[in-house]
Design a protein around this ligand. Structure first.
Ligand code: ZN
Ligand code: FE
Length: 751
């Protein structure tokens, strides 16, 4: 009998795809079968409505499904008697793994419905929601290949699992109060609801709780209790970095933050990232949560356990706003099991609420800002990883890009699909190093990747370079080392699927330059194959190597001429200034630098905002905060904006900063002027480069472009000069996005 065969590739597993096909087939009286092949969903259809069913499948798949491509063919087959869901059979090919999906509204309703069998069940889920990537061991995504395999279904769950009319038909992590995982307090004989109630009581008493979630542990306390937040800051040695806040619901968010319709859609959607929302002036939330910041990192409960933490009916009222920060020691990856939680988190918390469903792959919370009504990613992880970035299908390759040293993520390339991993962390820490090695192995297996090449950063001392060299040796595949800032620009090009010449503006903290100097304020003329450095920030001597990235006053002391230092004695004592000037002269313990990030630190010091940073980006964030307070966007321009030096175009930054340091004015207007003049310099440099090279597209990348004021001012100036401007959206401009650029570089173009 004539049979239509449809193969659908994409996120089609664990999103209710098979039941969706089967339900529609029944409704249209189509006979046949649907099965998971690990790499795709394979559908056979017989009957006059087969084409119609194909249409429905391709045009209105389930909400969480993402179809990347499909194949349709016809054959002659034996007649089917009904429409069946066949057992998964594993076949080799494309592997698509779904990100984790937040608790859906229907499950949330059931969670608080006394008459439901999953009343108050902390692991309730359905075909439309629940953990995916973090519990998956192998593909295809079936219960026996997830961490749910240790929880055999009870009779009733099994009935729902096999019933096509049920919401849990074929839902792999399905379970209930009698057969599912259990929550408990570590070290105490307290389980189930009592454990959650105990944790709620502790929060009410101002205690600090560690909580096992979907992709790792959180540390949590009452956000309205200043003493508790203060204590957490002290214990975590985190004096000023803003904390993420989990709000009970979106109504609560609106009391404290401004929110646009686009932001609300993402905040309440299935991915539930942390969004930086503008704080309302009259919000009573204490400043200690996010000192000197206009925004609050805001998110909503995304697991049933979160929902119960806020709303368990146990006659206690708990704060509708909780601090919810990643449970990791400084610089190390987020903890994912009890052993790690006890070892690394006991020092910061009073009690640990855990559970016995294993987390197989870590996924930190995703953090995003918004720019022009689109997400502007800061950290891409849970809910987004491992969705691929799809580039032009003429570009193909199979390989691994290791990423950078800080904010590490790595990326697998398979044909024209690039899969950035969840967030790993700073690889300088030995624990992150181990996790990166383990995660590469895990993801390579899970995706059945067969890498033919490997890319890493050019920095000779990065730990990631060592991992890449080892891996290249072990797998016997070639290793490519790519310049850091060129990789930043490539990541922006890849995300915009742009494969032609651009003027790349990479404003960054630190990266290894081709001349051995520290780069970080670079202009390239480049495409996917080559780059040429055509302009940069004015080189300066950066004293004390790495120390000066934490202590901005050192760069300030190096930049300022003596008379200007004398006007700004607050940056350091006379002795230190002299020592730094001598270091500059002799070159001892100083390196030549064009880092834009360090200029922000230096100006922050000169304007007496921060002499040193307590976390990465602290001084620059504080500087942006004051600049954003500037109501009136008038400022004194500066000239000349650029100068020629050694046949390179240079931004006239050192002279400008010296001028700024002599100026009378408050820190609000002066910090705004710094942002504005720097953007003038960017626009001017791009204009000069355009005249010479005839390129009208600019790509903005690098960690400094997390600064939304600078981003806006640069984009506005460039657009007003007629440039097309490429910026990031779903891939971070910081080092978390490097891996994508590295992978994009190594794809080969089919002609
Ligand atoms: Zn059950
Ligand atoms: Fe970078």
């Amino acid at each position: 009998m004539k049979t239509l065969n449809l193969k659908v590739y994409g996120i089609v597993q664990g999103v209710g795809f098979r039941p969706f096909v089967s339900r529609n087939a029944l409704a249209l009286s189509v006979k046949g079968s649907v099965s998971n092949k690990g790499s795709y969903v394979d559908i056979y259809m017989q009957g006059e409505n087969s084409e119609k069913l194909t249409d429905i499948i391709l045009t209105s798949p389930p909400e969480r499904a993402c179809i990347f491509f499909w194949e349709k063919s016809y054959s002659d087959r034996e007649e089917y008697t009904d429409f069946e869901i066949s057992e998964s059979e594993k076949e080799k090919g494309e592997i698509f793994v779904s990100p984790d999906i937040a608790l859906c509204p229907t499950c949330e309703k059931e969670l608080f419905d006394k008459n439901n069998k999953r009343y108050l069940h902390p692991f309730i889920n359905c075909t439309q929601c629940g953990p995916r990537l973090t519990i998956t061991d192998h593909m295809p995504y079936d219960r026996e290949r997830t961490s749910m395999k240790s929880f055999p279904m009870c009779k009733e769950c099994e009935r729902e699992y096999y019933d096509p009319s049920s919401r849990r038909y074929d839902a792999q992590p399905v379970c209930c109060n009698s057969c599912g995982p259990k929550v408990y307090i570590i070290g105490k004989d307290i389980q189930d609801k009592e454990a959650i109630s105990y944790a709620r009581k502790a929060l009410n008493q101002g205690k600090i709780l560690a909580l096992k979630g979907i992709g790792g542990f959180h540390i949590c306390c009452d956000a309205t209790n200043v003493q508790a937040v203060k204590r957490l800051r002290e214990l975590k040695h985190r004096p000023s970095k803003p904390f993420a806040l989990m709000f009970k619901d979106v109504r609560e968010v609106k009391k404290h933050c401004h929110i646009s319709p686009e932001e609300e859609k993402l905040l309440t959607g299935w991915q539930k990232p942390i969004i930086l929302l503008e704080k309302k002036e009259d919000s009573p939330l204490p400043d200690i949560l996010a000192p000197e910041s206009k925004t609050l990192g805001t998110f909503l409960p995304y697991s049933p356990l979160h929902a119960l933490l806020f709303s368990l009916p146990d006659h206690q009222n708990i704060s509708p706003v909780l601090v919810m920060t990643s449970g990791n020691p400084h610089g190390a990856p987020i903890c994912r099991n009890d052993e790690q939680a006890l070892k690394y988190l006991s020092g910061f918390c009073d009690i640990i609420l855990s559970h016995d469903r294993e987390i197989l792959i870590r996924a930190d919370d995703t953090v995003t800002d918004f720019y022009r009504n689109k997400p502007y990613m800061i950290r891409r992880s849970r809910g987004f990883a491992p969705l691929p970035i799809v580039v032009n299908e003429k570009l193909k390759g199979d390989g691994i890009a290791i990423g950078g040293e800080l904010k590490n993520t790595f990326c697998l390339a398979k044909k024209n699909l690039l899969y950035p991993s969840p967030y790993i962390g700073d690889i300088g820490d030995i624990r992150s190093f181990t996790v990166l090695e383990h995660s590469i192995k895990k993801m390579t297996e899970l995706f059945e990747a067969e890498p033919k090449w490997i890319v890493c950063d050019k920095h000779p001392l990065y730990h990631t370079t060592r991992i890449a060299e080892d891996l290249s040796y072990k797998l016997d595949i070639p290793l490519v080392k790519l310049q850091h800032h060129y990789a930043h620009i490539l990541s922006c090009m890849a995300e915009n699927d742009f494969n032609s010449k651009v003027i790349g503006v990479a404003f960054d903290g630190t990266g290894y330059g081709d001349d051995g100097a520290i780069w970080g304020g670079e202009f390239f003329v480049c495409d996917r194959e080559n780059y040429k450095r055509v302009a940069s920030v004015m080189p300066f001597m950066q004293p004390g190597g790495d120390l000066s990235s934490k202590e901005g006053y050192r760069v300030a002391a190096s930049l300022l001429e003596e008379e200007n230092y004398r006007k700004n004695p607050h940056i350091c004592d006379k002795n230190t200034y002299t020592v730094i000037q001598n270091m500059k002269k002799t070159g001892i313990n100083t390196v030549l630098s064009t880092s834009c990030g360090r200029l922000f630190d230096a100006v922050s010091s000169i304007l007496n905002i921060r002499q040193a940073s307590t976390y990465e980006g602290d001084a620059a964030n504080a500087l942006m905060y004051y600049a954003q307070l500037c109501k009136d966007e008038k400022y004194l321009p500066f000239s000349p904006l650029t100068v020629e030096e050694d046949s390179l175009l240079r931004l006239n930054t050192t002279n400008f900063i010296n001028r700024l340091s002599r100026e009378e004015g408050d820190k609000i207007s002066l910090s705004y002027r710094f942002h504005a003049v720097l953007s003038d310099m960017v626009a001017e440099a791009c204009k000069i480069i355009r005249e010479k090279y005839n390129i009208n597209t600019c790509a903005l990348s690098g960690g400094v472009f997390q600064n939304k004021l600078l981003l806006r001012l640069c984009v506005e100036r460039l657009e007003s000069k007629g440039f097309k401007v490429l910026i990031h959206s779903l891939i971070p401009p910081n080092d978390g996005g490097l891996c994508l650029g590295q992978a994009y570089y190594n794809l080969k173009e089919e002609i």
